[in-house]
Ligand binder design. Structure first.
Ligand code: ADP
Length: 314
């Protein structure tokens, strides 16, 4: 399954992504996490992204597109993934479409978590308090001032994706103001409906292909049957033709073998041999007329014998 989680900062994307990953065995791909890791590691990308992130702005499209292109190539992403924080702009969504198309993949759904903006500040404040209590490092962009800039960036650059994916019939909007468990249940409910609809469509496509295949098989079989019927119909005519040709040839054989000795002389024995040869020729002609190459060969052989014998006697 390939999903996108869409929603403003604090909508609960990270929380729900974690649950979906556990349930469906797909990998979480969070550009925010990847960029934070790059910043922490001090990679060239991290150095480029650090200040932008801390100010609540968006890292350039080509940077995040590059990160995602590399990441979905990894073997663990083959089973499916859930994108959290990407795409965040229309050009990123278009780049993702291209990336998936090149790999013959498609998105299953885009889950939008819709929340009241007034609740977001409270949620982020709660997150900061929890992280501090756990002794975890608090994100540099989790301050009220930066949050309002992140929200502004979301409204201006990311919200157009709601329209983008609803046009492509991929958008599933969930009320993100419910409890975590309720949101999870609702996401699962809409996703299972999508999966069932996809399976039905796949079954239909298979059935269509099978019917097509069956029709093609039946057409091929009837073509074969028609061909053999045509052959069968042609066979008697062929046989008759062959019989006629064999009879003609045999007659020629008879007259040839009969002619030669007559020309050669008038001795009694030779005449007898001629008669015998002619008789053999006739016989061969008859058997040849009855069909079969064997008898044709025999006739030729018989004629050869007769001719040889007659030549010897001469
Ligand atoms: P949020 O909690 O606001 O959804 P994330 O953890 O997803 O934020 O990302 C934190 C910051 O990382 C963003 O404010 C932004 O600067 C940067 N970032 C993450 N994903 C993207 C992206 N797809 N495009 C541009 N910038 C991004």
């Amino acid at each position: 399954m390939r999903l996108i989680l869409l929603g403003p900062p604090g909508a609960g994307k990270g929380t729900q992504a974690k649950l979906l990953v556990e349930r469906h065995g797909i990998v979480p791909l969070s550009t925010g996490d990847m960029l934070r890791a790059a910043v922490a590691a001090g990679t060239p990308i991290g150095l480029r992204a650090k200040d932008i992130m801390e100010a609540g702005g968006l890292v350039p499209d080509e940077v995040v597109i590059g990160i995602i292109a590399d990441r979905i190539e990894q073997p663990d992403a083959a089973k499916g993934f859930i994108l959290d924080g990407f795409p965040r702009t229309v050009p990123q969504a278009e780049a993702l479409d291209r990336l998936l198309k090149e790999r013959g993949l498609k998105l299953d759904a885009v889950v939008e978590l819709r929340v009241n903006e007034s609740a977001l500040l409270q949620r982020v404040e709660a997150r900061v308090a929890q992280m501090t209590a756990r002794g975890e490092a608090v994100r540099a962009d989790d301050t009220p001032e930066v949050l309002s800039r992140r929200l502004a960036a979301y409204r201006a650059q990311t919200e157009p994706l709601v329209h983008y994916y609803s046009e492509r019939r991929l958008l599933l909007t969930i009320d993100g103001m419910m409890s975590i468990e309720e949101v999870t249940r609702e996401i699962e409910r809409v996703l299972s409906a999508v999966v069932a609809a996809d399976a039905k469509a796949a079954r239909k496509a298979t059935a269509r292909r099978t019917t097509k295949k069956g029709a093609a098989r039946r057409a091929a079989a009837s073509a074969r049957a028609a061909k053999s019927a045509r052959k069968a119909a042609a066979r008697p005519a062929k046989k008759a033709k062959a019989k006629k040709a064999a009879a003609k040839k045999a007659a020629q054989t008879v007259s040839k073998s009969a002619r030669r000795p007559a020309k050669a002389g008038t001795r009694k024995g030779r005449a007898k041999a001629v008669r015998a040869g002619a008789a053999r020729g006739r016989k061969a002609a008859q058997s040849r007329a009855a069909g079969g190459k064997k008898s044709a060969k025999k006739a030729v052989k018989a004629r050869g014998k007769t001719v040889r014998r007659l030549t010897k006697r001469r």
